[in-house]
Write a protein that binds this ligand. Structure first.
Ligand code: NAP
Length: 538
């Protein structure tokens, strides 16, 4: 590594969220000169952008933070078991200050292009404001859900009221009082938002295309005694998360639902439904993820809960998914979400039955007629996983475009490298295990693996790493095979790369690695132990 001028670096990292911050810390510890480029005005990534009311963790706060730094663990205290966005952002700022990260981050810098120069074995990265920097290593830390996606609806720009996408929420307070508010979408974001807006809104209309299976979060403040216990067990908690499929504290119950007597499984479901967090999903019988019959029994139980909680039977039926089973898409965790629909001023519209024709100057026109609103909130999700890559013009050897290479779906080696793009390393790219789970746990694994690779290169005087075509083909095949047995491949979701607001993305593709973080770690570590098998290093 031999950085020369001010804008020459050993490594450029794009993104100052959870993965970019940790990567910066580790590369600096290796003695590299690093520049992080970040589009926002502050660190935090997801927690910087998603400041819509109600945004909070769905993983236990004390299982979400970084585990690598004893002093950060000792000095930071979470106030709730599932902490809200303002505190999550403060945590990121706290870490950045503690590790003195900001001095190597250039904020308000949207990366426009990254081009590899073969002769110089160097990446040139250019931002929209004209800033240019060069480095041997180009590392993407751009997150799987960082490009907000608006719906494709005629007239969207005509609306004269307030309009927001949840992932581009304004930094000033937004009031819903005495307002007629429309929310489009019913994913995890919308669910968190709707239950919050319903508390103060004049009138709320939710436009639902497909319902999701939601489950209660059971959030609460962390008492002093609980915190003392959590702090005493921190090592144990993180060690446990390293063993679970998704890096959560919850892991699939080893029993099979289909082998369990009805009374016993009902009691188990009730217990899980009453517990905080993802236990009802991630901690359920293992065959609920793979057997249609087991999954149907669990889905029937959850449907029963929705019918109990929503007073109007017609509304309850609208809220029960009929096209996929429980847990086949990421489960939105809720706090009185279903009860919001019992309020007289909250209404649910099924836009499959009554489609949106267009957005007008004053509201939304449905097939059944027009409705006026003061505010429209788009909770329509992201151009997941691929969007962050596609919006940068990334070119590798021979000027080959990554966008074009991945036009029919991503091809990667370990989800971290791409043939033809030497010295480019992806931290939460496609084919990675982190996206399914408790993302920081997956991120730590990836960052630490990349750190090991960079250390190996530094110690051996190497400055070039590239995947072999064979290793890329084998990993892409492994990703497809790993997903085949999972029920989640049988429904459209961002996991499966489907986004009908984007041309050409109607087809399902395998965006994430489904065999779990521990198995993924084992495979990655074996590659390293084998002298970085499947990679050309020189
Ligand atoms: P999402 O799951 O993709 O949901 C988008 C919603 O918008 C869906 O209900 C979708 O309907 C609807 N939609 C999209 N285009 C539409 C259109 N043209 N007309 C009408 N409706 C449309 O996105 P998200 O809710 O932002 O969540 C994405 C992921 O972020 C989650 O799965 C989760 O991993 C993460 N997240 C985590 C938390 C947390 O608790 N930590 C909170 C929020 C999000 P269809 O279902 O019919 O496509």
């Amino acid at each position: 590594m031999n950085a020369k001028t001010d804008n020459d670096f050993d490594a450029i990292v794009v993104g100052a969220g959870i993965s970019g911050m940790y990567m910066l810390n580790n590369l600096r510890e290796l003695g590299l000169k690093v520049q992080v480029l970040e589009a926002g005005d502050d660190v935090g990534g997801t927690w910087y952008w998603n400041r819509y009311p109600g945004a909070r963790f769905d993983s236990e706060s004390w299982s979400y933070g970084y585990s690598f730094h004893p002093e950060i663990l000792k000095d930071w205290r979470w106030s709730e078991h599932f902490s809200g966005q303002p505190e999550n952002l403060k945590y990121c700022q706290f870490v950045a200050d503690r590790l003195d990260l900001k001095k190597d981050i250039r904020f308000a810098t949207k990366v426009a292009s990254a081009h590899y120069d073969e002769a110089a074995n160097q990446w040139t990265v250019t931002a929209e404001d004209g800033y240019t920097a060069r480095a041997r290593l180009f590392i993407t830390a751009i997150g799987p859900l960082s490009v907000p996606q608006m719906p494709v609806i005629d007239g969207i720009d005509d609306f004269e009221g307030e309009a927001f996408h949840t992932a581009e929420w304004p930094h000033h307070p937004v009031s819903f009082e005495n307002k007629r508010v429309a929310v489009i979408g019913t994913g995890a974001t919308a669910v968190q938002l709707i239950q919050e807006v319903a508390k103060t809104v004049g009138h709320l209309t939710v436009f639902q295309r497909r319902p999701n299976w939601c489950a209660p979060l059971h959030n609460s403040a962390i008492t002093d005694d609980e915190w003392a216990d959590i702090q005493a067990r921190q090592d144990e908690i993180f060690a446990h998360c390293r063993t679970t499929h998704g890096g959560f504290i919850h892991d699939a119950d080893p029993r099979r639902l289909l082998d369990t007597p009805e009374e016993e499984r009902l009691a188990f479901f009730e217990k899980k439904y009453a517990e905080p967090g993802f236990g009802i999903w991630m901690g359920n019988y293992r065959d609920t993820f793979t057997s249609e019959e087991a999954n149907r029994i669990l889905s029937d139980f959850i449907a029963g809960k929705i019918r109990e909680r929503v007073k109007d039977p017609e509304t309850a039926e609208k809220l029960i998914p009929k096209d996929h089973g429980f847990g086949q898409r990421r489960v939105p965790m809720e706090t009185r979400y279903y009860e919001a629909y019992n309020q007289d001023n909250v209404e649910l519209i099924d836009i499959v039955a009554d489609p949106i024709r267009r957005i007008t100057r004053t509201g939304i026109e449905l097939e059944s007629g027009a409705r006026d609103f003061d505010m429209i909130i788009y909770a329509t999700g992201f151009d997941a996983v691929l969007g962050g890559f596609n919006r940068i013009d990334i070119r590798g050897e021979d000027g080959q475009s990554l966008r074009e290479k991945w036009a029919d779906g991503p091809l990667t080696n370990l989800g971290m490298q791409v043939v033809g793009f030497p010295n480019m390393l992806m931290l939460v790219g496609p084919h990675n295990a982190a996206g399914f789970g408790n993302i920081p746990r997956g991120i730590e694994q990836n960052v630490e693996w990349v750190t090991g690779l960079v250390r190996h290169m530094r110690d051996n005087g190497l400055d070039y790493v590239a995947s072999t075509p064979e290793a890329e083909a084998a990993w892409t095949e492994e990703v497809i095979e790993a997903s085949q047995k999972m029920l989640l491949t049988r429904t459209d979701s961002w996991f499966m790369g489907v986004n009908r607001n984007i041309k050409g993305r109607e087809k399902r593709m395998f965006l994430l690695y489904a065999s779990g973080i521990p198995y993924y770690r084992k495979l990655c570590d074996a590659v390293a132990a084998d002298g970085y098998r499947g990679m050309v290093l020189r």
